[in-house]
Design a binder for this molecule. Sequence first.
Ligand SMILES: *Cc1c(COP(=O)(O)O)cnc(C)c1O
Length: 233
Amino acid sequence: MSIAENVAEVRARIEAAAKGRRVLLVAASKMNGADRVREAVAAGVDACGENRVQELVEKNAAHAYDGAPLHFIGHLQKNKIKYLVGVADLIESVDSPGLLTLIDRRAEKLGLVQDVLLEVNIGREEAKSGLLREDVDACAAFAASLAHVRVRGLMAIPPAAASEAETRAYFASMRELFVDIAAKKYDNTSMDFLSMGMSGDFEAAIEEGANMVRVGSAIFGARDYSRPAGRQA
Ligand SMILES: *Cc1c(COP(=O)(O)O)cnc(C)c1O
């Protein structure tokens, strides 16, 4: 199956799960080279999501993302912020007031407003980034004081080991949090996007309220970690 065929099939599955709601498809393109990313863009994905700053910078220089918004979806490090602000249309993985402050400063310097999502560690996993559920509200409230950051919603990745039922419960819990924070109407915050669901669970995520899904292997095929990025078959 070609990337275009895969995108069409994923779209059809999204539509069936969304029952008339609009759901944005983000192609998670890690380890896929610029040519393959271009194919996904040509097939009409709504955005490209990149995990690693270096890959993002290289593929962006190769114009891989031209024609589609670019999201950063990987672990966010303070020293990499300068490569992302004003380059990524949406930084999906912000998980502390400290990162918000640094993004705000950089955005102010560039004279722009950076859109971000707050990442939630919904499964409370030790090794995973993301805010704990109970800390999200304070982080959104803090963002209200920053003129150059706009919080556009929430992102989460449930634990990989969770059962289908547990994963659904995590998605539902995210949806509740999303609605709660939207109701607070903080300045500089608009709860537009609930980003959750990947190749293995995007239909469940949509049924539980996601309006943005990040799909990698169902579009690009299985990732081969033994080969360098750009050399995927
Ligand atoms: C890789 C990745 C995805 C997509 O994963 P697949 O299982 O290949 O669909 C989604 N979100 C994030 C943050 C990722 O790193």
